[in-house]
Design a binder for this molecule. Sequence first.
Ligand code: HMG
Ligand code: MG
Length: 301
Amino acid sequence: MSDRDVRIYEVGPRDGLQNEATPIPTGAKLRFIGLLADAGLREIEATSFVSPKAIPQLADADALMAGLDRRAGIRYPVLVPNERGLERAEAAGADAIAVFTAASEAFTQANINMSIGESIDAFRPVLARARDLGWWTRGYVSTAFGCPYQGEVGEAAVVGVAQELIGLGIDELSIGDTIGVGGPADVRRVVGALTASGIGVERLAMHFHDTRGTALANVSSALELGVRCFDASTGGTGGCPYAPGAAGNLATEDLVYLLDREGLTHGVDLDALLVAARHVAGTLGRPLSTKVGQAGGWRVP
Ligand code: HMG
Ligand code: MG
């Protein structure tokens, strides 16, 4: 990858849909994933193998994976919280997983009913098995910029859990602003602490929620620090039911527009992406509310 290449890691089918009150048919999710692939996305987080009681919206994960039209060259990671999730992912034919914990104890407890230390212990056999299978692995560090229960989160806590995940052999870390409270100075502080601790910037992805409108500014800040992977959700949907106050993820269409204006390459076609964005808005029965979704791309007349 050249320094001008940016990876866009699409989380719409998972983070985007996990918090929606409207039940979404599996077929509509599969169509969404197909349209995302058509638009050029090469990493599409498809679903979660979590407890269906915790996230009923993704209770169709097994059926979704069975119906997935897996295209060559596309990675379809799935969330896995424990060994049971790994077994389900393996039976479903997954080859890329994301485990997830956080930098604050209170959120980790609310989200996965474990302490941070317990989550690391739970991931150890999961990641060992994934490594044996030759799978790609990612680890989320949520609430890296603030916790809905505990408030401010210091960068030392983020570095601590990030290093634990690196120690388990994780391929990539996704640093999450779960409730969208951080700004560019926080990005410099947190990414600076991670890289100062010896974690290469090429192993970092940033996961911004646009709750307070700072997501794109945060992307710019991270780009300047050398980060080249960003999570985003087409249609701007998203949030975690266990993170009160979390609003939509950074919209993929807004991210693509910014990257295009920066002259960075990412392989995604904006017009095709907007087809996928309109599909998800239509499925949810509401108008598309993202900036670029409303305004469209810009063409010189
Ligand atoms: P628990 O209740 O402590 O665990 O839940 P348990 O082992 O006692 O299991 C409870 C029940 O769930 C049992 O069923 C298990 O069999 C079942 P019962 O006997 O009651 O019928 N179970 C499972 N079923 C299917 N698949 C599984 C599984 N595991 C247990 N894998 C647990 C602990 C972790 C399972 C639960 O809390 C859970 O699933 N949590 C997931 C929460 C979640 O998905 N949150 C959203 C993702 S995180 C996020 O959005 C943030 C992110 O976007 C980044 C950011 O924004 O910062 C990634
Ligand atoms: Mg999220």
